[in-house]
Design a protein around this ligand. Sequence first.
Ligand SMILES: O=P(O)(O)O[C@@H]1C[C@H](O)[C@@H](CO)O1
Ligand SMILES: Nc1nc2[nH]cnc2c(=O)[nH]1
Length: 277
Amino acid sequence: MNDATAAPAPSTETPQQLAEEAAAVIAERTGRPRHDIALVLGSGWAGAADLLGETTTTIDNADVPGFAPAAVAGHSGSMRSITVAGSGRQALVFGTRTHFYEGRGVAAVVHAVRTAAAAGCSTLVLTNGCGGLDPDRAPGTPVLIRDHINLTAATPLEGATFVDLTDLYTPRLRELAREVDPTLDDGVYVQFRGPQYETPAEVRMAGILGGDLVGMSTALEAIAAREAGMDILGISLVTNAAAGVSDHPLSHEEVVAAGQAAAGRCSRLLADVVGRI
Ligand SMILES: O=P(O)(O)O[C@@H]1C[C@H](O)[C@@H](CO)O1
Ligand SMILES: Nc1nc2[nH]cnc2c(=O)[nH]1
């Protein structure tokens, strides 16, 4: 007997199939079979989309398979198709991301990246808000990601997918960013699982390991992007001094406020860099 109250059977769809399904919905809703560049706007970067160029379509995340509404203040629950001013290339801009700490699994964390690749994007720009270990890097300072340390104990890869991560953050794209702003410094980003902020001891450990920035996103997304063959530019916005470096308790309110204060510089920087890709 067919029990209508039975729980739906677990999906047998693979992450790649879900990404292709999402890309098909995006192509249909935007009327564009391909996009060229994908951007993920992290905490502090929400305003960048407005300066990139003309938004030709806005899609609510809830309308696209595998995407969820924004779960973090400072993130927008929609994605936009934007014709980039200057280059005329088509950008797919995700106003939010799924964080590993939301508990939806690592495939959900990298779904936007896989969807962007399935939509034709060959370049991914990952942005985030992070804690800084160097007290001279004041809140509001954008930093190019040179490399990362993945402390999540997780990966989006399954099976014998022995992916090389050398030059994971494409040097050519960092050079291009420095043509726009020669003052840009670079650093190593350390992804923690979160959602708690680090202890001062964990921040000291991150420094000993060679980290410069601590956050809760980006590394897992970059691994999935490399698996998909995408070039990657990562830019962190230092929104606060990391725990133990800071002389006061950390809060997401401080992160959002620092992002808002830096919105003008970050949006201009991202628009000028993306216009050259
Ligand atoms: O999406 P990002 O990494 O910018 O968000 C950061 C990390 C946490 O989600 C949150 C902590 O304040 O901001
Ligand atoms: N893990 C982590 N994520 C952040 N996002 C913004 N600031 C921080 C921080 O200090 N630590």
